[in-house]
Design a protein around this ligand. Structure first.
Ligand SMILES: Cc1cc2nc3c(=O)[nH]c(=O)nc-3n(C[C@H](O)[C@H](O)[C@H](O)COP(=O)(O)OP(=O)(O)OC[C@H]3O[C@@H](n4cnc5c(N)ncnc54)[C@H](O)[C@@H]3O)c2cc1C
Length: 241
């Protein structure tokens, strides 16, 4: 159930914090409950999926309960047998179609594919696209993909027919922050120690010697240029202190 989340770096305790997700699946899919210690009382409380208030890269621990709990255990219910895997993201579907050794995997629409095939496809995509934090400093996606109303999307699409977009169940439309940033000319941008990754414009990188303040300054300039060009607000995905 969590095969689409392959290669996301981090601890289990941090996973519910921003409801980590990738390629159409969030950890919420298999989440049962978690135990968290309230820092002020040291009492352990149990949270289920409702009280966790999961959203897109959000949970109650990032919002109203920010800095109040330490997550000490998480329970997931995972599927062992082949199941309905999610290959709705074009990248994953195309990679599945290419197959492990260039051969198409049967049923790449999600009916008969093996969990391991999806896992391996995701690992191949991420290894190609994303910088390894052990080699170059980065926090993964710095911004969330903005979600806009259908009307806003329609107005934008009139000028940008090629703009990637993902219609949501509630009628809103998720846009690709990386595409917006790329259109503003930031992809591969480099100055002193900081920059924007040359294969994934959502990832800000520290080539060496940059400070947190340098990074925040770059992030603000990127937010401003996307706002000026598209009228869209980019929100950081990362927690900034
Ligand atoms: C190359 C790269 C790719 C990434 N790709 C993705 C992706 O595809 N999808 C995605 O969702 N994220 C992605 N991320 C972000 C990151 O992997 C996740 O946010 C991950 O959950 C961070 O885990 P961590 O243990 O490093 O937490 P940290 O970065 O150390 O902490 C993150 C936040 O959670 C809090 N926290 C950590 N542990 C606990 C705990 N036990 N209890 C309470 N609060 C806690 C911290 O205080 C902090 O606010 C990526 C990051 C990198 C570097």
């Amino acid at each position: 159930g969590l095969e689409n989340l392959a290669l996301i770096p981090g601890t289990v305790g941090a996973a519910p914090m921003q409801n980590i997700g990738a390629y159409g699946v969030e950890q919420e899919r298999c989440f049962v409950e978690l135990q968290a210690m309230e820092r002020s009382t040291r009492e352990i409380h149990t949270f289920d999926r409702t009280t966790c208030e999961f959203g897109y890269r959000e949970s109650v621990f990032k919002n109203t309960l920010r800095d109040r709990y330490v997550i000490v255990s998480v329970t997931y219910r995972l599927a062992k047998a082949p199941h309905q895997v999610n290959v709705t993201y074009r990248d994953v579907d195309e990679e599945m179609a290419r197959g492990r050794e260039g051969e198409k995997v049967e049923g790449s629409k999600g009916e008969t594919v093996e969990i391991r095939d999806v896992y391996e496809a995701v690992v191949r995509i991420r290894t190609r696209k994303l910088p390894d934090p052990a080699v170059i400093g980065n926090a993964g996606s710095f911004f969330k993909n903005p979600v806009v109303s259908a009307e806003t999307y329609a107005a934008m699409a009139a000028d940008h027919v090629e703009m990637p977009h993902y219609p949501q169940a509630d009628g809103s439309v998720k846009l690709a922050a990386a595409w917006l940033i790329d259109q503003c000319g930031w992809k591969g941008h480099r100055e002193d120690g900081i920059g924007v990754h040359d294969r994934q414009a959502l990832v800000l990188v520290n080539h060496g010697g940059a400070t947190g303040a340098d990074l925040i300054d770059l992030a603000r300039r990127i937010q401003r240029s996307v706002k000026d060009r598209f009228g869209v607000d980019l929100t950081p995905e990362v927690n900034v202190w």
